[in-house]
Design a protein around this ligand. Structure first.
Ligand code: MN
Ligand code: MN
Length: 247
């Protein structure tokens, strides 16, 4: 399990390489310093988690019962760590998110720190070894610190939240929310109206794929009257003529 943070997608090597290489590509000297600082710290985390994994794996080299817990580590790896994740997949540079666009990279880093945090939380949940918990609590805490630093670095760039790159999006298309999962589902799943699709400049577009169709069978479904459980047989079809654009 610990190998997930050694050679896994959200592990310490991936974090160290992602931030360091982003830093090499960064023309902003202030944020380059941040990326190189945290990238270097992640390498120290690789040492911590590798040492910890090694402590747990070492008995598998000589002890047959311990080896039974992970025969491949015992036979092929001699009880040592290697750059694999918890499922035995080799570490790969494909894990890295490096776009060459600083604000986009910072967003990736904020998400990467959140993923690392939750993996450490799960690792803590699966052990009762006091020393291991102390080490994992330290590593987990630092990811929150990094997430905070990356977030503030992004905010301090002063870019509007939805401004990415140089080319502006097409305004009338950008504000449209497509209601593609139309009507009520077989188990009564609702069509939700919420801040992410109404008010504040949103335009709600009903079933865009059906708008050009003439078929009576196309359209949105609703729960039949008097049957609130949304059973599969209870839906009726709504004429596509009723579909359209609502504000
Ligand atoms: Mn880390
Ligand atoms: Mn981190």
């Amino acid at each position: 399990m610990l190998l997930e943070q050694f050679g896994g997608a959200n592990g310490e090597l991936a974090a160290a390489m992602q931030y360091s290489v982003q830093g090499l590509n960064c023309d902003d000297p202030d944020r380059k310093d941040l990326l190189m600082d945290i990238g270097t710290e992640e390498l120290s985390h690789l040492e911590v988690v590798g040492t910890l994994a090694r402590l747990h794996l070492k008995p598998t080299k000589a002890d047959r019962d311990a080896a039974h817990a992970d025969p491949l580590i015992a036979i092929a790896g001699g009880g040592g760590v290697s750059l694999f994740n918890s499922m035995g997949n080799p570490w790969t540079a494909d894990y890295l998110k490096i776009t060459g666009e600083l604000d986009v990279d910072l967003r990736s880093n904020i998400a990467a720190e959140a993923r690392a945090k939750i993996v450490y939380e799960r690792l803590i949940d699966f052990t009762d070894d006091r020393g291991t918990i102390d080490a994992l609590q330290f590593l987990m805490t630092r990811e929150i610190t990094h997430m905070k630093a990356f977030t503030i670095a992004l905010e301090s760039m002063g870019k509007p939240m939805f401004s990415i790159g140089r080319i502006p999006p097409t305004p009338e298309l950008a504000r449209q929310y497509f209601n593609d999962s139309t009507g009520v589902g077989d188990r009564g799943e609702p069509d939700v109206r919420a801040p992410w699709n109404q008010g504040d400049g949103w335009e709600f577009v009903e079933a865009p794929a059906f708008q050009e169709l003439q078929s009576e069978l196309a359209g949105t479904r609703t729960i039949a009257e008097g049957n609130g459980d949304g059973a599969a047989s209870s839906h009726k079809r709504v004429n596509p003529g009723k579909a359209g654009v609502k504000k």
